[in-house]
Design a protein around this ligand. Structure first.
Ligand code: SAH
Length: 367
C-alpha cells in the first residue's frame, strides 16, 4: 500500500473530553472564535489547562521570573512599599495579585515588605486565581498573612487604596487573531472541524462587536493579536485605583506599541507545540500589546509611566545590589538567576513592565 493510502485510511487520534466538548459546541453553534477557544482550553471549569494542574517549574511546562529567583519578588516588595509611601502611608492598603501561580511572588514580596511594621499592619492581601490547584498552593505559602481570594477583581473592597500586581497574567487572557484583506475587510481566526471531526483553524469575517478593537493603522495581510478581555481587566483595575488611589503593575512578554505578527504559541514541557495538539494539556499564551491598555488607562484618568523592559526595571530598583548580598552564600546560582532575569538575550528585553497610577505624591520608582 502506498504511503498516501496508508495515511488516508489511518484513523485519527481520538479526541480528549475537552476536544469533544469543543467539537460539540462547534456542531451546535458553528465556528468558534479563537478567544472563546483559548478561554475553554485554559480555564474550562472541568478540563481547562490551569484548572487541572500546577504548570510551573522545571517539572511543569514553563518557568516564570518569581520561580527563577526570590530576588524578583523581593524587588517588587520594595517597589510596593515605595508606592505605599507615595500614597501617604495609609493605615490600610489592599494588595491584589492577579494570576499568582504558586504564590511565590507574593510570599517573597511580603517577607521583604513586612520588615516595615507600619506596612505589615496596613496591608490586606487579595488574590485572583482561577485554578483550584494553585489556590491550594497559595493558601499554603501565605498562611502567615491576612489573605483573601476573590472571584473577580471588581469584588475588591473600596474602603482603602489598592495596589494591583501581576506577572504573566495578561498573556493568558483570551485574544483574537485578526487580519485585514485588500478590500478593507477584517477576518478573525476561528476553530472548526474537518471531515474526521478533528479540530482545525479557519478564518471568518469579524462580528461588529470586534470592529472597535482592531488596530487603527493596520497593514493589509498582516495578522494582529487583539484582546478586548485584557482591556476589560484594565478597565476594572483602573476603576478600582481611581476610587481611593493606588497603582497597577503588570509584567509580561509583549510590546509597548502595537505590532503585527503571530506571537501566539502553545507550550508543553518547556517546548513549543501545535496549538491544536491535545487541547487542554498545554499552555496557550500570546504577547501582550500594552498600547491599547495604556490608551484606556489614560482615557479613564490614570497617569502612566512609559513601558520599560524588565531588565531596566529590575536594575533600576537595585537587583544587582541584592544579588551581591545573596551571592555570599551561593554565588554561581545567584549570578545565573540574575543573568536570566535581566540580560537582553534572556528575559530582560522581551519582558516589559507596564504601570499606571492615581493619587501618588510622585511617580513610582523603576521607570
Ligand atoms: N504569576 C505567576 C503565574 C503565572 S501563570 C508566576 O509568575 O509564576 C498564569 C496564572 O494566571 C496562573 O496562576 C493561572 O492559574 C492564572 N489564571 C489564568 N487565567 C486566569 C483567570 N481567568 N482568572 C484568574 N487567574 C487566572
Amino acid at each position: 500500500m502506498s504511503a498516501e493510502k496508508i495515511l488516508q485510511n489511518s484513523p485519527s487520534r481520538s479526541l480528549n473530553p475537552l476536544e469533544v466538548f469543543l467539537r460539540d459546541c462547534i456542531r451546535k453553534h458553528g465556528a468558534m472564535d479563537f478567544a472563546t477557544f483559548m478561554d475553554h482550553a485554559l480555564c474550562h471549569p472541568q478540563w481547562g489547562y490551569y484548572v487541572t494542574r500546577d504548570p510551573l517549574g522545571q517539572a511543569g511546562d514553563f518557568t516564570t521570573a518569581p520561580e527563577i529567583s526570590q530576588m524578583f519578588g523581593e524587588i517588587i516588595g520594595a517597589w510596593v512599599v515605595d508606592v505605599w509611601h507615595k500614597l501617604g502611608q495609609p493605615e490600610k492598603v489592599y494588595l491584589l495579585e492577579v494570576g499568582p501561580g504558586r504564590g511565590t511572588l507574593m510570599s517573597d514580596l511580603l517577607r521583604v515588605a513586612s520588615q516595615i511594621p507600619e506596612f505589615a499592619s496596613a496591608v490586606h492581601v487579595l488574590m485572583l486565581e482561577a485554578s483550584p490547584v494553585l489556590r491550594g498552593k497559595q493558601r499554603e505559602v501565605l498562611k502567615a498573612y491576612r489573605a483573601e481570594w476573590l472571584d473577580a477583581s471588581v469584588d475588591a473592597p473600596d474602603d482603602a487604596p489598592i495596589i494591583i500586581i501581576g506577572n504573566e497574567f495578561l498573556d493568558t487572557v483570551p485574544m483574537h487573531q485578526v487580519i485585514l484583506d485588500k478590500d478593507g475587510q477584517w477576518s478573525q481566526k476561528v476553530v472548526t472541524e474537518d471531515q474526521n471531526g478533528q479540530l482545525l483553524f479557519g478564518w471568518e469575517a469579524i462580528p461588529t462587536e470586534l470592529a472597535g478593537f482592531v488596530p487603527r493603522h493596520a497593514k493589509n495581510d498582516e495578522i494582529y493579536e487583539i484582546s478586548p478581555k485584557q482591556i476589560e481587566h484594565m478597565k476594572d483595575w483602573a476603576s478600582l485605583v481611581l476610587r481611593k488611589g493606588g497603582a497597577v503593575l503588570q509584567i509580561d512578554y509583549g510590546h509597548a506599541l502595537t505590532q503585527s505578527g503571530v506571537f501566539l504559541h502553545a507550550i508543553r514541557d518547556h517546548k513549543h507545540i501545535d496549538v491544536l495538539d491535545n487541547v487542554g494539556s498545554a499552555d496557550i499564551t500570546c504577547n501582550v500589546d500594552f498600547e491599547p491598555l495604556m490608551r484606556v488607562s489614560r482615557k479613564m484618568g490614570l497617569q502612566c509611566v512609559p513601558v520599560v523592559t524588565q531588565g531596566d526595571y529590575l536594575k533600576k530598583l537595585g537587583i544587582e545590589l541584592r544579588a551581591k548580598v545573596l551571592s555570599q552564600k551561593d554565588p554561581d546560582s545567584v549570578e545565573a538567576a540574575l543573568r536570566r532575569l535581566v540580560d537582553a538575550e534572556q528575559m530582560g528585553t522581551l519582558f516589559k513592565v507596564f504601570c499606571c497610577y492615581h493619587g501618588l505624591s510622585a511617580p513610582p520608582e523603576g521607570f
